[in-house]
Design a protein around this ligand. Sequence first.
Ligand SMILES: Cc1cc2nc3c(=O)[nH]c(=O)nc-3n(C[C@H](O)[C@H](O)[C@H](O)COP(=O)(O)OP(=O)(O)OC[C@H]3O[C@@H](n4cnc5c(N)ncnc54)[C@H](O)[C@@H]3O)c2cc1C
Length: 371
Amino acid sequence: MYDIIIIGGGAAGLFCSIAAPKNLQKIILEKNSSLGKKVILSGGERCNVTNIDITPEDDYFWENVKAIHSLLSKFSNYDMIDWVEKHGITTCVEDRGRVILESGKSKDLLDLLIRESTKNRTEIRTRFDITQIEKIDDIFRIHGNDGSIIEGKNLVVATGGKSFSQVGTDWFGYTIAKQFDIEMTDPYRGLCGMVTREDLSELSGSTLDLTLSVYDKNKLLYNEKGAFLFTHTGLSGPIVFNAVIKLGEHLRKLGIKESQQKAYFDEHITIKLTFNEESMTKKVKSFFELDETKNEVLFHLADLKSWAEAKVTGGGVKLSELTNSFESKKIENLYFIGEVLDLTGKTGGFNLQQAWATGYVCGKWFEKIGE
Ligand SMILES: Cc1cc2nc3c(=O)[nH]c(=O)nc-3n(C[C@H](O)[C@H](O)[C@H](O)COP(=O)(O)OP(=O)(O)OC[C@H]3O[C@@H](n4cnc5c(N)ncnc54)[C@H](O)[C@@H]3O)c2cc1C
């Protein structure tokens, strides 16, 4: 019998196992053959551990800003940097405040996480396929497809979101939430590119610094200046990724389902690019016929890039369903942490910070039964 079963060995699950008391019996059940695939992918495989400058109001979904303030007061970006550096890994700060491993190898951090988790007496089981979860007489029973049954007093769901499923994340966390009747907001694509109605393929590969504005009819939804990229199908780069999150937030407030999105985009959403002197390259100038009197162009949003390209999932398990320690208010000893939560940030280290912090707070909570 385990004290804590953690489903999912990503950033949140690993950090939870590290923060939890050593004397508790812990196990991570991971369906992949290895842990932390998204930790490896972050920051272009150089690991974007966190961001040096976090303003919850600007960097996270507005409804949950209060939760982020509280979370960061318990485990901040500086706490994470200290933890990493204390364990001998040096970090540096790059553009947009991104904290990156100086070695440029995400694997260094993943190795450290696995080492610390194991040192903290966590058993790790990979290639574990869960077929069923039950809660009987206060005990969680996890059935594996090999016929094994793992029993535990507490269950932590750290299965990530729905996006980028090619590395193993899928709907499973939401399936568990549904099973236990825990409310969620519909998941939506975050941090992905935009497909435009206009053919911009001729400009594909051009990286520029400019201002992007997204409108619903005449209403400005989002505006940011920063790095931007034209692709074969439309628009990409950090400011586009962030705009996608904000757009998702807007659609969610309006109650527009994913199946209705394209039609809504068609009728409502336009994107304006405002070029400055540096971004008015020769190619761009001649393509859009820009000059001293014209430095803006308008596009129509046809669609967002696919779920497979989205770097995070917006929406998920509602925070109002959980305590400050991420325990379900309905189901005792059931916890949700990391990206499975409805707690999404912009690109730049904010999502990994969410995973570390929710993992930490949940892990520390087990001190109540630990020492
Ligand atoms: C390409 C890419 C680049 C990114 N870059 C950045 C970045 O630079 N900065 C940043 O902050 N964030 C970045 N992110 C987002 C960030 O990686 C995630 O927000 C973060 O990893 C979420 O951590 P998590 O532990 O909640 O979920 P995940 O990392 O998704 O981990 C969930 C784990 O659960 C496992 N799992 C799922 N279902 C089951 C199941 N049924 N049984 C057992 N195990 C299961 C998965 O295999 C996975 O190992 C990036 C994401 C991607 C895809």
